[in-house]
Design a protein around this ligand. Structure first.
Ligand code: EPU
Length: 421
């Protein structure tokens, strides 16, 4: 497995172009199942999870072309399989996002149930409950969600908690259902808005996306469309944390600062200077960060997907930060690895107390999820000496050419390929 070798201590200076958002691109790719016409997408990041999704869709008969510069064309005119197999779902939980579109367009779907996950149990009961409310008959058989419906019917659905992919699945199911669906307690994440915007271009009738009540009036068929995927707010936030920890000044191009309010506020509290235009962010840091506690929340609150990276920043801050993870029950796997680099962190349930130390020291570390791995890279950039981050396939699932982007702004970071490792 590839590793990253980082020699800490370099300041970061220069420009980085932000990629399209993984978590917007995944549901958007699945939305191609909703029409027999071609969907053209721009700004699709080149990531392992995108490759997995294209393979999954390909197995069903969706033809796709992944060109240069993030352009992807998809055509689902000849779908011949309505199944998402275990071997793909187990590597990527977001595969569940084919359930809504398949059921809605073809009246049938068989999707492997995702198992447990490194960051929490992550059940999909709310996806199922919503589809049942729309008239689907759903059974769990041999580890698969087996769903059938002649035609889904609009319904009023209130999920028990705010769920991002749940909202996306139900929105994609409702666009071809008969009548009106209202989704109450809907997720408000920018990735939901991006998906809704594509669906509207395809002919869907959706209102209220971006709020917690989304109304969808079903139509008989959708048509082709072209869409540019929104910028990745988590990738952007990760680079800002890296500057906060290592010092320097960078400009992020093709960013979406309008989707990053809570993260930008928190970084300013930590002492970064930040200036934004419509699609760029300039940030600089010339001192030790200040400790800044936070609680993760659904959008527009502080994203759980930034928790690990902001924790890495706090490990070298002046003061003590109290961090509460509210979304996932087991999202502190980076803590023990950060402690191996000299961080002082105490965990009690969902709460982490981080007492800043003047400097971390490089070590060999590894993490079992994507954002945890990103936090170790940030720690390595700031640490004294060499850090090796192992098992970076997690990073490759969600960050496009992370080490190249960091090297381009002056980081001393190399990928060691498996053969050479
Ligand atoms: N939940 C349930 N039942 C459900 C659905 C969710 O109990 O049917 C619970 C979850 O276990 C969790 C909470 O509700 O405790 C919120 O989960 P949500 O469904 O919102 O998470 P998700 O849709 O599975 C997406 C992102 C995650 C991100 C979360 C929270 C994608 C593909 N994934 O997951 O991204 O952390 O929303 O914002 O959009 C990442 O990119 O690293 C990542 C993990």
């Amino acid at each position: 497995m590839d590793k990253l070798q980082i020699v800490g201590g370099n300041r970061l200076n220069g420009e980085i172009t932000v990629s399209g958002a993984k978590n917007a691109a995944l549901p958007i790719l699945c939305a191609s199942l909703l029409t027999a016409d071609t969907i053209t997408l721009q700004n699709v990041p080149d990531l392992n999870d995108i490759g997995t999704t294209l393979r999954l869709l390909g197995r069903m008969g969706v033809q796709s072309e992944h060109g240069h510069d993030g352009v992807v064309q998809l055509n689902a005119a000849q779908v011949h399989s309505l199944e998402a197999p275990y071997e793909l779902v187990k590597t990527m939980r977001a595969s569940i996002l084919v359930l809504g579109p398949l059921l809605s367009r073809f009246g049938e779907a068989r999707v492997s149930l995702p198992g447990g996950c490194a960051i929490g149990q992550r059940p999909v009961d709310q996806h199922i409950k919503g589809l049942e409310a729309m008239g689907a008959e759903i059974k769990i058989e041999h580890g698969f969600v087996v769903a059938k419906a002649k035609r889904l019917k609009g319904a009023s659905i209130r999920t028990d908690m705010v769920t991002v992919t749940g909202t996306e699945n139900l929105m994609m199911a409702a666009v071809l259902a008969e009548g009106r669906t209202t989704l109450e307690n809907a997720a408000r994440e920018p990735e939901i808005v991006d998906l809704a915007e594509l669906l509207i271009k395809m002919g869907a009738r959706i209102q209220g996306h971006g709020g917690d009540r989304i109304t969808i009036d079903g139509v008989d068929a959708l048509h082709g469309a072209s869409h540019q995927v929104v910028a990745d707010r988590i990738e952007a936030g990760t680079f800002l944390c890296a500057v906060g920890a290592a010092g320097g000044e960078i400009v992020l191009r093709r960013a979406a600062p309008g989707t990053m309010g809570a993260t930008l506020d928190k970084l300013q509290e930590a002492g970064l200077s930040i200036e934004c235009g419509d699609d760029w962010i300039r940030c600089s840091m010339n001192k030790r960060p200040r400790a800044t506690g936070f609680r993760t929340r659904e959008y527009p609150g502080l994203p759980t997907d930034m928790q690990a990276q902001l924790m890495a920043l706090n490990t070298i801050a002046d003061g003590t930060a109290v961090i509460v993870e509210n979304i996932f029950e087991n999202r502190y796997m980076h803590v023990q690895e950060l402690v191996r680099m000299g961080a002082q962190i105490d965990i009690d349930g969902h709460t982490a107390v981080v007492t800043g130390v003047p400097q971390l020291s490089g070590a060999t570390v590894m993490a079992t999820d994507l954002r945890a791995s990103a936090s170790l890279v940030i720690a390595g950039l700031a640490a004294f000496g060499e850090t090796t981050v192992e098992r970076i396939y997690h990073l490759d699932r969600g960050y496009e050419r992370m080490e190249e982007k960091l090297r381009s702004v002056g980081a001393n970071i190399q990928r060691v390929k498996r053969e050479a490792a």
